[in-house]
Write a protein that binds this ligand. Structure first.
Ligand SMILES: Cc1ncc(COP(=O)(O)O)c(C=O)c1O
Length: 394
């Protein structure tokens, strides 16, 4: 285990192998896929889990009142939600099941449409399959190196059958922290077309740019709240995705009841460990979190500098948030950049095709600086060999 700062402990290349981890056991020698950090969770979580484990009784659990209150305090203090209410919150085992459930509740006729802008986190492009409705995709547009909503295209695409807009906020993979004006305009769009606005805010505590702040849909004016569903979790912030806890915040009682009714008995209750870990994270994890942000900023710098100096044909967009870099490899001239780097560099990068952009890759830079450099160097060597072969006509 490599300890870079007093509190941030990075895994080495051996730490996570043979532990049943998707990233390290299924993605080859140098894995930079799936949003899972090579960083130990904060000690407060480990201690809380150990304490819970020592109890020796692991029966059915309900979401503790203290956790509900703690999340409300956190939403207020950290994200400026003026008066979050405990009863808005509904626990679920994951954000993907959560937005899939909302899609099923809202888009419940085959002719209904779910709108999502692309590229985007892949399961958002598939939840309409569970809902048995149609998917309406509208590409984001790149304006002066910054990704924006394409309002004209959205207006052109929306129809009376459209029922829901699914937002990723902050955005995975584009790294945008949507600002208040953008969200107000989106809420206005949803109001005019009578859409539910479901905002997945799982990356909300991972804003890297100083001066930028996550804007939750729960901070939008009161009149929009009846059409809002906000999803969040401690899983990305504190690296506990395998612990499986998400919460859904639905201010409108009727919408909340509809979603819960559609959920029925299809999902398991949350386990005792998830509640213990989440409570510890939101109560005591914030010093660790401040160090995490510093470490992620430093890694973002490594990625930017390396690509600028050594891989200038790759085009990287600025990541305002998240530890996921979105890289356009069009200039490389290969059919599948994902296959190219896997075969020629042993580097696994998430395939942009799954996000709606086949020439792009997503690189998870939440790993030790040493592993990050190793991966980037392997990528550079593969590109150099490729360019040399191309020049020699082989
Ligand atoms: C935007 C977004 N939503 C949801 C998830 C996964 O959520 P869960 O593991 O809670 O289903 C991820 C994981 O990377 C994500 O990036």
């Amino acid at each position: 285990m490599q300890e870079i700062s007093a509190m941030i402990r990075f895994a080495t290349t051996d730490t996570r192998r043979d532990t049943g981890n998707i990233k390290w056991d299924l993605q080859g020698p140098l894995p930079f896929g799936i949003a899972d950090m090579d960083i130990e969770s904060p000690p407060c979580i480990v201690e809380a889990l150990q304490q819970r484990l020592n109890h020796h009784f692991y029966g059915y659990a309900f979401m503790p009142h203290e956790l509900r209150e703690t999340i409300c305090t956190y939403l207020h203090n950290m994200h400026g939600v003026s008066a979050p209410r405990s009863e808005w919150l509904h626990p679920l085992p994951g954000c993907v099941p959560a937005f899939t459930l909302v899609a099923r509740a809202v888009c419940h006729q085959p002719e209904y449409e779910l709108m999502v802008c692309t590229p985007v986190y892949p399961p958002m492009l598939h939840c309409h399959e569970d809902a048995h409705c149609r998917l309406l995709t509208v590409p984001y547009k790149n304006e002066h190196e910054r990704w924006k909503f394409d309002w004209d295209a959205m207006e052109a695409a929306v129809s009376p059958n459209t029922r829901m807009f699914l937002l990723c906020n902050p955005h995975n993979p584009l790294g945008r922290v949507w600002d208040r004006d953008e969200l107000l305009r989106l809420a206005d769009f949803c109001e005019r077309h009578n859409l539910i606005l479901c905002s997945d805010e799982i990356h909300c505590d991972l804003v890297l740019d100083e001066g930028l702040h996550h804007c939750s849909v729960l901070t939008l004016p009161e009149r929009y709240q009846k059409r809002i569903v906000m999803l969040s979790a401690p899983s990305k912030t504190f690296n506990i995705a395998g612990i499986c806890f998400t919460y859904m915040a639905v201010p409108d009682a009727e919408l909340r009841a509809t979603i819960r009714q559609v959920q029925g008995h299809t999902l398991p209750t949350i386990n005792v460990f998830a509640y213990a870990a989440s409570l510890a994270a939101y109560q005591d994890g914030w010093d660790w979190h401040a160090r995490l942000i510093q470490a992620l900023r430093a890694n973002r710098r490594i990625v930017y500098d390396f690509i600028e100096q050594e891989l200038p044909m790759l085009n990287i967009c600025h990541m305002e948030a998240t530890y996921l870099a979105w890289i356009d490899c069009s200039a490389l001239g290969v059919e599948s950049p994902h296959e190219f780097f896997l075969e020629k560099a042993n580097v696994y990068l998430d395939n942009g095709a799954n996000f709606g952009s086949p020439q792009c890759l997503r690189l998870n830079f939440a790993t030790s600086p040493a592993i990050l450099r190793q991966g980037l160097e392997a990528m550079r060597n593969a590109v150099q060999n490729h360019l040399q072969s191309a020049m020699q006509g082989t």
